[in-house]
Design a protein around this ligand. Structure first.
Ligand code: PEP
Ligand code: MG
Length: 754
């Protein structure tokens, strides 16, 4: 059954459109469970009916025509209950209706399972049997699994309008793909697919002007792979027996096979660039092997794919053209990385859409730092088909419109105009002090990691830098930067803000921030080798960084150092000793360095419970609510599937903050918040009320947060916070804070979405 399942899923995924996917599925299911009819109905909300979309066993002519109004028939019952209905004798059930025009006789056995995505019923998959038949448990779960696979394809077809085109004449108006808000804001622009060339599946379609030259490029790549294979074969001569080395002959034959070469060249002549032509040939080729019953031959599919990747690598080396970025580029990819964002020339990046990740992944944080609207985790997006298409990115609600209808475009253009108007009100905050109506100062600091991306106005507005993520400069290189390189980098930030404080955080790699030249492969990277855990085991990396920081501060005196991912006091003690050592050694070498203020990030639950002991040892605490939320709630901050559960306004997070400020207060240490929560205007009042001393956020949030600070007294903020702290559910807290901002006339600051 599992094998059959894999084969069906594969065939369905390969279908070029939804209609063919559905057709393939119904035929395969009927054969697999040996029944008389298999049909799929899809929910059509506009006409409030379930529409027959594919069938084997009923009349073909009924497809697209037979509609069961909601609430009618057994299909309706499955959709209402969102549960399977399994009946040995369906006509005996009170909800049974016999449908005209389908050629239906009184089929008795009935099994219907809902097709569900994100708790929403999208349709019903039905099998029928002429005789009485109660379907077995494994048949039910088999259909369940298939229905779950189908849900993604249906969601995409809905979003792209394909589904409407199938069920109705008129074109859709409001269809979109759903992801997670990455950074608030709206962008209208042109998709540019960013991809890693070694990932064949991710190669996007691109047109080619000179097919002859492109074919020659392809031929060169083939010749290079051939040379590589022969070289490998020779090298293996001493290690592999003759018969195993024959594998290379098979690969060489495959490489020069008529199908692989001529199919690719034909596709190039049809106007596709070589990587995409290759992608299609390899995929078709591999599929033939995938579908074979013999397990040995099925394995050959991976050889074909491997060959494809090798050819692609050489095409990449030989790639003549750089990617062109139009002025309104919307960067689209399976997993957009910091490097890919940085590759877009300044001023051309309008939006970001990533098929994976979520609002709190580092790509989103980077987009926020750059003020670019972003939507993350759009898992249904067919990335390879997006190149050059017009998109609307709604970073408030986490929506992406592909080639939107004119009415949608107009609506969004209006929203952009409204934003600009709100922007003017927010602008009025520029240059004013961040102080409450009763005169309490709340310093607002910047989170950054890319000093180059910041303009002078933004730098002037902030009271300092509350979090400089040093890993970004590490990520865009192909090796660890040396002391001198780091020194110059840190010096630029310290100088730009002096005498205002700048908090440099020591390297926090691991988790979702991998360095290409320092691979860490783990099953649970967020619970693994991350942040100071790496620093403690690689003191040479840590000491180099600290030396660069201390030297960068000479003559300025505004450096503060912050340690990420601390889970206990011994880590603090050891790292402080290392910092002291770097300091003493530099003095010995004749550098007149000073000992900076040292702080610790509170972002691991154990550190919340030891906040007092930690505070006693250092000069300040800064709460990393991004990680603290993920660890307190046990919700991966990058996983779109659980992104609904990830909410920094959760009562547990608020109470942790209360305990941290209380513990630090006992030792007279200030507490700042530098997670995304600090930049959310909905949380500003609570953070003031909880006794947080300063806030650190992306440049784009600064004026908005200042507006809230200047609209409330600290006394009132404390009262509101006391009420919120008694709330039991995050939804309650959110609604309460939204209501509070509305009452204060600050409703415009509420980000739509969650
Ligand atoms: C945090 O965890 O809240 C934080 C600010 O650090 P990062 O997002 O870089 O992990
Ligand atoms: Mg963190």
């Amino acid at each position: 059954m599992l094998d059959t399942l894999h084969r069906i899923v594969h065939a369905v995924n390969k279908a070029p459109n939804l209609q063919e996917a559905l057709g393939t599925l119904v035929s395969a299911v009927r054969e697999a469970i040996d029944c008389d009819v298999c049909s799929i109905y899809l929910v059509d909300d506009d006409t409030r009916s379930n529409v027959l979309m594919a069938t084997v066993g009923l009349e073909d002519s009924a497809v697209g025509k037979v509609r069961l109004p909601f609430g009618r028939g057994l299909v309706g019952l499955v959709a209402e209950r969102a549960e399977p209905v399994n009946l040995a004798d369906a006509p005996a059930h009170p909800r049974y209706v016999r449908m005209a025009h389908t050629g239906e006789t009184r089929y008795r056995g009935f099994l219907g399972v809902p097709i569900i995505q994100n708790r929403r019923v999208l349709g019903v998959l039905v099998v029928r049997q002429r005789e009485e038949r109660e379907f077995q448990d494994e048949e039910v779960t088999f259909l369940f699994t298939l229905a779950a696979q189908l849900a993604g394809a249906i969601t995409y077809a809905r979003a792209s309008g394909e589904l409407d085109a199938l069920t109705r004449e008129h074109q859709p108006l409001h269809r979109f793909l759903v992801g997670q808000p990455g950074h608030a804001g709206v962008a209208i622009g042109t998709a540019v697919v960013s991809f890693q060339l070694s990932d064949l599946e991710a190669v996007p379609d691109r047109p080619v002007d000179d097919p002859e030259a492109e074919c020659a490029r392809f031929e060169r790549a083939l010749a290079q792979v051939e040379a590589d294979l022969r070289h490998l074969q020779e090298r293996m001569a001493d290690q592999l027996p003759e018969e195993d080395r024959a594998l290379f002959d098979a690969l060489l034959l495959m490489l020069r096979s008529e199908t692989l070469v001529s199919q690719t060249e034909e596709a190039i002549h049809r106007g596709l660039w070589a990587p995409a032509a290759l992608r299609d040939t390899i995929s078709a080729h591999a599929q033939i092997f995938d579908e074979m019953d013999d397990p040995y031959l099925r394995e050959r599919a991976s050889d074909v794919r491997d060959l494809g990747r090798r050819i692609l690598m050489h095409l990449q080396d030989d790639d003549p053209g750089l990617v062109e970025y139009p002025p309104d580029t919307i960067l689209v990819g399976e997993e957009i990385s910091a490097m890919q964002l940085a590759e877009v020339p300044p001023g051309r990046l309008a939006g970001v859409v990533s098929a994976s990740g979520s609002g709190s992944s580092h790509a989103a944080i980077l987009a926020r730092a750059m003020g670019i609207p972003a939507v993350m985790g759009v898992s249904e997006m067919p990335v390879s088909r997006m190149q050059g298409r017009e998109l609307i990115v709604d970073g408030y609600r986490g929506r992406v419109y592909i080639e939107p209808a004119p009415s949608v475009r107009i609506e969004y253009e209006r929203l952009i105009a409204e934003e600009e108007a709100l922007g003017a009100e927010v602008e009025a905050m520029r240059g004013l002090r961040s102080e409450t109506t009763d005169g309490h100062i709340v310093p607002l600091h910047l989170n950054t990691g890319l000093i180059n991306q910041m303009n002078g106005e933004e730098q002037a507005e902030a009271d300092g830098v509350g979090l400089y993520r040093t890993e970004f400069p590490f990520m865009v290189r192909d090796r660890f930067p040396g002391e001198g390189e780091q020194l110059r980098n840190y010096r630029r930030v310290l100088e730009a803000f002096a005498p205002r404080p700048v908090v440099l955080r020591t390297l926090d790699i691991g988790g979702d921030k991998a360095l290409p030249y320092f691979p860490v492969v783990e099953q649970n990277p967020f619970l693994g080798w991350r942040g100071v855990r790496i620093s403690l085991q690689h003191p040479e990396i840590f000491l180099t960084q600290i030396r660069a920081m201390l030297r960068a501060d000479i003559g300025l005196g505004n450096l503060q150092i912050m340690l990420p991912m601390i889970s206990g006091v011994s880590e603090v003690d050891e790292l402080q000793q290392l910092i002291q050592r770097a300091h003493d050694e530099l003095l010995e070498e004749g550098h007149v360095v000073a000992m900076p203020r040292i702080g610790v990030m509170i972002e691991v639950p154990s550190a919340v419970y030891q906040a007092g002991e930690i505070a006693r040892r250092v000069d300040f605490l800064s709460v990393g609510t991004n990680d603290l939320t993920q660890y307190l709630l046990a919700v991966d901050r990058n996983n779109p599937r659980v992104a609904d559960l990830y909410d920094e306004l959760h009562p547990a997070v608020l109470r942790a903050l209360r305990d941290i400020t209380a513990a630090a207060g006992e030792f007279g240490r200030p507490v700042s918040v530098c997670g995304e929560l600090a930049g959310n205007p909905l949380a500003t009042i609570l953070l003031i009320g909880l006794g947080v001393n300063s806030l650190s956020m992306s440049a784009g949030s600064l004026l908005r947060v200042k507006w809230v600070v200047r609209s409330i007294s600290r006394t009132r903020a404390r009262q509101i916070t006391q009420v919120a702290l008694r709330m039991e559910d995050v939804g309650q807290v959110r609604r309460f804070m939204e209501g509070t901002l509305e009452e204060m006339g600050l409703g415009g600051l509420i980000r739509p979405g969650k």
